[in-house]
Structure formats: structure tokens, C-alpha cells
Design a protein around this ligand. Structure first.
Ligand code: DP6
Length: 322
């Protein structure tokens, strides 16, 4: 009763920000994302009748804090579905640096869900896996299907899941993650979700999202980088405007974040099509096509201030690897 799963992290082009039901991670809006080849989590779950309690080993270190509590709670959902009351040993590691502000909850809960479900012999559809992963962390539901993904907000828990809209090979996009501050996040995205509704601009954001989401899907379908890039920048600014005007305000950007945004705009004027998106942290994801990747990386080196870069391409979703 032991299985290993690998799941990618994902970058949202249309972001999940604000929950209709926090206990079920039901989002206020649909979101659109791409799975990332260079940032994944590998998780082994072993259920055994001899185990007295759940254990969690992260990057070789046993942890006992809130993280273990969250994992145990998630395993309870799988145990309930399988009607098996067995404790588990969970061993997990990321292939990207932890504590640098790259969220690991998406890849982490997607890999945990698939490994636990398979270890207990449950046969679930992709949709059911996505629903289950969502209950661990909202964005994890988008790391189950392949490639480019839409998370339908749904009406209830059963109808809120993610689906692939194009396979990874559909478009040679690149996401160069630029680490600008290698410290743990100061404000979690969970807190950000909870405060979203306190911004006077949140309603405006939601009213714009229907059209923007359709336009992003259309840009993916047409492989139109300029259209996609313009939309994802608008979208990231909209999320951060809501964050900055929440009560109390949340500032995720650092001076280097704005500096890099301005550099990207200047590079575009020189003919280099590269665009930014930003999650709940100071780091920037540069979205471009793979043919521009080397040039972007060279230019980033010349800037001097980025601490590290991780290059990603579109990836398949969660898989069993043993
Ligand atoms: C800014 O999925 O981390 O990255 O459901 O509370 O675990 P929880 O939140 P989480 O939120 C992600 C927020 C975001 C935008 C996005 O990925 O869509």
C-alpha cells in the first residue's frame, strides 16, 4: 500500500483570488493556468496497519507542525472515501528550492492526493482527483490535468474542478521564474484570499474577469503571445491592486519587482516579447516563447539583482511514477 506520485506546480494566467467558501476552497471565479515542467513535487504515501500515527518527511526532515496537521486532514478525506482507517508515512520533496517564495502547495497537494488515492487502491476519475486536490489547496486542482488548464469555479464541491484546455505540446511557451527575494513569504495567500472582499475594487475585478478569462483562452487557442502577455499583465496588476487596497493592505511587491516590470516593458520596446505575471509574493514569472528564452536569461544576468532563475515549459499533470 505504497505509491509515489509526481505533480507539477502551475502558474495562473487568470488568478484565483478570493473564496466563496473557504472551508471547501470554492473560488469566486474561474482561473486559467499552465503546469510547470521545472517545479514539481515527488511524494510517496505508504499506508500500513502497523503505523500508529501519520508521519510527514519533507526534504528529508520529519515535520510535526501545522503542515503535518494539514496533510493528516487531507489523508482523512481519502481514508473516508476508501473506508480504510490506516495511518500513513508521507515522504515528499520538491525539485525546486523551498523557502524562496515559490508556492509548493499546488504541486504538494496534487502529488499527495494522487499518491494517497492510489496507495489505498481507489479508482478515481481525473475530475474526482481534481476536486479532492482542491480541498487541500485550491490551486492544486489545476496541477492534476495536463498542460493548459481551466478551473471551473462550479456551484458546489462536486462541480468545482480543473480540466485541460490544451496539451503541453500545444504551445512552446516558457515561464522563467525570477527569484528576487529568497525569503519565505511574509503573508500567506490564504490570508490574501480572506481579505480580498475588503477591497473596494474587488467587485470591479470580478466584473472584468468573465471577458478577460475568455480572451486568455482565445489567446492560448490562437497561440497569440502579444495578446496573452497583455492580458496576464493586466490580470496580475488587478490582483495586486486588490491586495494593496485590502484592509489592512497587503504589499507583496518589493522594489526589485517593480524594477523588473519596468525592464520588461523596455525590452518589449526593443522587440523582445516577454511579459510578467506575479503571484502572492515578490517574484516574477516571465512568460515568453522558448525561442526568446536565452535572450531573456542573458538580459536578466546583466541586470545583476535577480537571485536565481528557473526555466519551465508546459508540463503534463500529476502522474504515478512507480
Ligand atoms: C496568488 O491555492 O495557495 O497563487 O486554496 O488557500 O491553498 P489556498 O490558496 P492557494 O492560492 C493561490 C493564489 C495565487 C493565484 C493562483 O495561483 O491562482
Amino acid at each position: 500500500m505504497k505509491k509515489t506520485a509526481k505533480a507539477p506546480s502551475n502558474i495562473a494566467f487568470i488568478k484565483y483570488w478570493g473564496k466563496k467558501d473557504p472551508s471547501l476552497n470554492l473560488p469566486m471565479n474561474d482561473s486559467v493556468s499552465m503546469n510547470l515542467s521545472g517545479c514539481s513535487t515527488l511524494t510517496t504515501v505508504e499506508f500500513n496497519s502497523k503505523f500508529k500515527k501519520d508521519r510527514l518527511i519533507l526534504a528529508g526532515q520529519e515535520v510535526f507542525d501545522k503542515k503535518l496537521e494539514k496533510v493528516s486532514k487531507h489523508l482523512d478525506l481519502v481514508r473516508k472515501l476508501a473506508r480504510k482507517n490506516l495511518r500513513a508515512k508521507v515522504t515528499s520533496k520538491n525539485n525546486f528550492p523551498t523557502g524562496v517564495g515559490i508556492a509548493s502547495s499546488a504541486s504538494g497537494f496534487a502529488a499527495l492526493t494522487l499518491a494517497a488515492v492510489s496507495a489505498l487502491g481507489l479508482k478515481l476519475s481525473e475530475k474526482e482527483l481534481s476536486v479532492l486536490a482542491r480541498l487541500g489547496s485550491g490551486s492544486a486542482c489545476r496541477s492534476i490535468p495536463d498542460g493548459f488548464v481551466n478551473w471551473h469555479k462550479g456551484q458546489n464541491s462536486q462541480t468545482s474542478f480543473a480540466e485541460s484546455i490544451a496539451p503541453p505540446s500545444y504551445w512552446n511557451l516558457a515561464d522563467i521564474v525570477v527569484i528576487l527575494q529568497d525569503v519565505e513569504k511574509e503573508i500567506s495567500s490564504r490570508d490574501g484570499h480572506a481579505l480580498a472582499q475588503t477591497s473596494p475594487y474587488y467587485k470591479t475585478r470580478l466584473s472584468e474577469l468573465g471577458t478577460r478569462t475568455k480572451d486568455v483562452e482565445d489567446a492560448i487557442k490562437k497561440k497569440d503571445l502579444e495578446k496573452l502577455g497583455t492580458l496576464i499583465e493586466e490580470e496580475a496588476i488587478s490582483l495586486h491592486m486588490v491586495a494593496m487596497t485590502s484592509k489592512p493592505p497587503l504589499f507583496y511587491w518589493k522594489p526589485e519587482t517593480l524594477l523588473l516590470m519596468q525592464n520588461l516593458m523596455a525590452w518589449r520596446k526593443e522587440g523582445l516579447p516577454a511579459y510578467f505575471t506575479i503571484d502572492a509574493g515578490p517574484n516574477i514569472h516571465i512568460i515568453t516563447e522558448d525561442k526568446y528564452e536565452d535572450k531573456v536569461t542573458r538580459k536578466l544576468k546583466q541586470l545583476g539583482f535577480p537571485k536565481q532563475t528557473i526555466t519551465n515549459h508546459p508540463s503534463e499533470g500529476a502522474r504515478i511514477v512507480d
